[in-house]
Design a protein around this ligand. Structure first.
Ligand SMILES: NC(=O)c1ccc[n+]([C@@H]2O[C@H](COP(=O)([O-])OP(=O)(O)OC[C@H]3O[C@@H](n4cnc5c(N)ncnc54)[C@H](O)[C@@H]3O)[C@@H](O)[C@H]2O)c1
Ligand SMILES: O=C(O)C(=O)C[C@@H](O)[C@H](O)[C@H](O)COP(=O)(O)O
Ligand SMILES: [Zn+2]
Length: 359
């Protein structure tokens, strides 16, 4: 049952996000309606494919498509050029031509890599996002950021490349491990903290329902998150300005992920740490008061997410921060929360001083 359709308005690259419960099996019809032809390469991983590939294959075959499964190793540590090459190899082995397309079936790691493969294979073939984690449903499947990590920095190689559609089936969240689920809630907090104060209050008031995976609360949170992101992306697809707000919590979060070699913290957990620190920094710059800062820290804690920066020498943090994509002319654009529900972008040149605020 489709409960909501949200449009990402990008002119000829516009697409719909379909949100519902039990809708994964409609993917064949969706692809036909999009006019997609040829073989469908389903890019997934060794955890998700055993759970959901059969449903996707059956739906695609019923709609008359040939299906090829590309199953990758699971984990952020595999979001790299070696795994990307595995996708290219499978596409070449399967003789996929420009009339074929990719289905990204999995979380954000799969979506980012499959999307980048779609952007670059034969200089671009269509793809559709089938996000199966909370984080990918509220964030990574929408907006067209695709790519892989580099050992020295997060998502340093990639492309802006929009999917043809996003099909979100919240029923897939039933099998998601608890820690992954909470990490997804971390990215949701971001939208409330810097873009929508009412939504932040909704999250505060619905912590228990969300943690219990109450479907009604979840659907509301996913729909609101997607709508907020769709609006931001529609006005600034390639992050020339306002889209950088979606990086709230990510500057330090990405540094944490890089320094821990993508093995210790989940992305949503690293972002949670980054948001608590960003709130501290925002207070330091006078953009929010202690009460706002406390609300952000309290919500992150209530969701069972971490808040403390792991201990590394500050030079290591400075080195990692220097590769942030928001650095221009030796100045880093740091995203602060202005109160709760609004933002302020601050140009920071002294990265060491920024870290001292967090100490
Ligand atoms: N492109 C963007 O705009 C954007 C936005 C946010 C995050 N990201 C990226 O997304 C990635 C994080 O995504 P993620 O949090 O989804 O992590 P993930 O893709 O690693 O998935 C988390 C874990 O859950 C498993 N899994 C997925 N769906 C499942 C299901 N339904 N049931 C059981 N297990 C399931 C996966 O196999 C994996 O082990 C990071 O690489 C981050 O940089 C990108
Ligand atoms: O869509 C965006 O824009 C975001 O920044 C969303 C983030 O949650 C996401 O983690 C994104 O991949 C970060 O992008 P990056 O450009 O900072 O690597
Ligand atoms: Zn993120």
């Amino acid at each position: 049952m489709i409960v909501q359709t949200i449009k990402v308005a990008l002119g000829e690259r516009s697409y719909d996000i379909q949100l519902g419960a039990g809708i994964l099996g409609t993917i064949g019809t969706v692809c036909r309606e999009l006019g997609l032809t040829g073989t469908a390469a389903v890019v997934s991983n060794t955890t998700v494919a055993p759970l959901y590939f059969d449903t996707v294959r059956a739906a695609m075959e019923a709609a008359g498509y040939q299906v090829l499964l590309v199953s990758l190793p699971d984990g952020e540590a595999y979001k790299n050029s070696a795994t990307l090459n595995q996708i290219y190899d499978a596409l070449v082995d399967g003789s996929l031509d420009r009339g074929s397309f990719i289905l990204a079936l999995g979380g954000g790691v799969i979506g980012d890599m499959a999307g980048f493969a779609a952007a670059s294979y034969l200089r671009g073939i269509p793809f559709v996002q089938l996000p199966t984690t909370l984080l990918s449903q509220v964030d990574s499947s929408v907006g067209g950021k695709t790519g892989i990590n580099h050992p020295r920095g997060k998502n340093l190689i990639g492309a802006f490349y929009q999917p043809k559609a996003v099909l979100i089936d919240v029923m897939t969240l039933d099998t998601l491990p608890e820690r992954e689920f909470r990490a997804g809630l971390g990215e949701i907090v971001k939208y409330g903290a810097v873009l929508d104060g009412d939504f932040f209050r909704f999250l505060e008031e619905n912590v228990d329902a969300l943690l219990a995976r109450d479907k009604e609360a979840l659907i509301q949170a996913v729909a609101r998150s997607c709508s907020i992101k769709a609006k931001v992306v529609a006005v600034d697809e390639r992050e020339g300005g306002v889209r950088a707000v979606l990086n709230y919590g990510h500057t330090l979060g990405h540094a944490v992920e890089t320094l821990t070699e993508y093995t210790t913290y989940l992305h949503g957990e690293a972002v949670a740490i980054g948001m608590v620190q960003a709130a501290k920094i925002s207070k330091h710059f006078g953009y929010c008061n202690q009460a706002d800062r406390d609300r952000i820290a309290a919500l992150i804690a209530a969701l069972g997410l971490p808040a403390e920066l792991p201990a590394f020498p500050s030079e290591k943090y400075v080195e990692a921060l220097s590769h942030d994509k928001k650095v221009r002319d030796k100045g880093l654009l740091f995203i602060c929360n202005r109160g709760i529900g609004a933002y302020k972008m601050e140009r920071v040149t002294d990265l060491k001083a920024l870290l001292d605020i967090c100490a």
